[in-house]
Design a protein around this ligand. Structure first.
Ligand SMILES: [Zn+2]
Length: 328
């Protein structure tokens, strides 16, 4: 199988950061997220790139009344109450027009209308699988709610991105039982293990975005074997860091690092999996879109030269599964 290019976007608006920032602290980014998504969709259409939007379940609703219908009886019983998004539901606006930071049905429908793309889940409530207090039963209830609210818009959920990349091996079985066939795993280097990231790991991860410290983070398609729980790991290669004024002199290094790894993946029939949050593009939108444009141009070149192919998480999973069956 030729090399594959996967892009997953963690679509969450304020639900992705409600425990660390208020809307007013991140308003520019959140206000511009809709515009960012429109521009990303336009560019992806022009370059025939497929996207997977791992979307927080709350965002599928248009009104609070609708959202409340899907809230599960069993909620995460976090020891640290700050992680619980249900505590702020009473304070959010009544609908998408009034409060575009907590509802996004219009965008979800827009993305879903292009059959090239996939809508996956980022859990219903931006669920933290490594947080103390919660358990697998509560996670299962959350996933069921995510599936149900998606189904109300005729969307089937087949892939998951764990909030804060908190992958818990034993929860993959819960995912598989809910019809989820793939997830985005972490890079295979210690500095990328969630919750084990001290200041040194953070600094090394940052540095690795600009210069090659830990390799390309590309993965042999052949090696993408199914885990015991039947949920395929499609690991991350790189978080696309947004444009930074402070680090602007290094922007060309960042882009070169991504392109080199994509070339490596294309030449060696490997996977390159890029991800970010649409709200990351909210500041300096034009600069971020121009970076993405450059990545897409490179993809097109690799597509022509090596048959490098853009896939959603599920389209790749289906191909890997068919290939596995054929080799049995
Ligand atoms: Zn998130």
């Amino acid at each position: 199988m030729n090399g594959k290019f996967v892009i997953s976007l963690d679509f969450e608006l304020h639900w992705g950061i409600f425990d660390v920032k208020e809307v007013k602290d991140y308003k520019t980014n959140l206000v511009n997220t809709r515009d960012a998504i429109s521009k990303i969709l336009d560019l992806s259409k022009a370059y025939d790139v497929r996207l997977t939007f791992a979307t927080v379940g709350f965002l599928f609703s248009k009104t609070k009344e609708e959202l409340k219908k899907f809230i599960p009886d069993v909620k995460p019983s976090y020891s640290y109450r700050k992680f619980d998004p249900y505590r702020i539901i009473d304070s959010i606006g009544e609908n998408e027009d009034e409060d575009p930071f907590h509802y996004a049905q219009n965008i979800v429908k827009k993305i879903a209308s292009n059959k090239n793309h996939e809508i996956g889940t980022h859990t219903f409530c931006h669920y933290y699988c490594l947080a103390e207090g919660q358990n697998a039963t509560e996670f299962n209830a959350d996933l069921e709610a995510a599936k149900n609210i998606a189904k109300s818009l005729n969307i089937n959920i087949n892939s998951i991105v764990f909030p804060r990349n908190q992958v818990v091996e034993s929860y993959l079985k819960v995912c598989a039982n809910n019809g989820i066939t793939s997830y985005r795993g972490n890079e295979n280097t210690w500095v990328f293990i969630p919750k084990k990231m001290g200041q040194l790991a953070k600094a090394l991860r940052l540095l690795d975005s600009y210069i090659n410290i830990f390799g390309h983070h590309t993965y042999s398609i052949k090696e993408l074997t199914k885990t015991a729980s039947s949920c395929l790991n499609i690991p991350s290669s790189r978080f696309l860091r947004p444009y930074s004024k402070k680090l602007k002199v290094f922007e060309t290094f960042k882009l070169r690092r991504i392109k080199n790894a994509m070339t490596h993946a294309a030449k060696n029939n490997e996977l390159y999996h890029l991800w970010w949050h649409p709200h990351n593009f909210g500041s300096d939108l034009d600069k971020n879109i121009s970076t993405l444009h450059s990545i897409y141009k490179h993809y097109k070149k690799l597509h022509k030269e090596y048959g490098f192919e853009s896939e959603t998480m599920t389209s790749l999973t289906n191909k890997v599964l068919i290939k596995n069956k054929m080799s049995l």
